[in-house]
Write a protein that binds this ligand. Sequence first.
Ligand SMILES: [Zn+2]
Length: 86
Amino acid sequence: MRTSFIEKLCCPQDKHELELQIFEKDANGNILEGLFTCPECKRYYPIIYGIPIMTPDEYREKALEAPILEKWGLPIEKGKEKFLLG
Ligand SMILES: [Zn+2]
């Protein structure tokens, strides 16, 4: 995932500009693992294997994303439907 692409991303729910944390880059500076967070609605959107997961809540599987968020040491609100940072 390239930096020029990242700058155009905004929250799919409310179109707010997203904040980005980077956890791993490749040799070319492309982001392999990272996390977008929306300062407006507090949703999170992980970047896994260079792909940002930005589909609407109803198409996301929390159980699939939980292990990688735990690996990054991020708090997750367990048992809740929405993808919010706890
Ligand atoms: Zn938002």
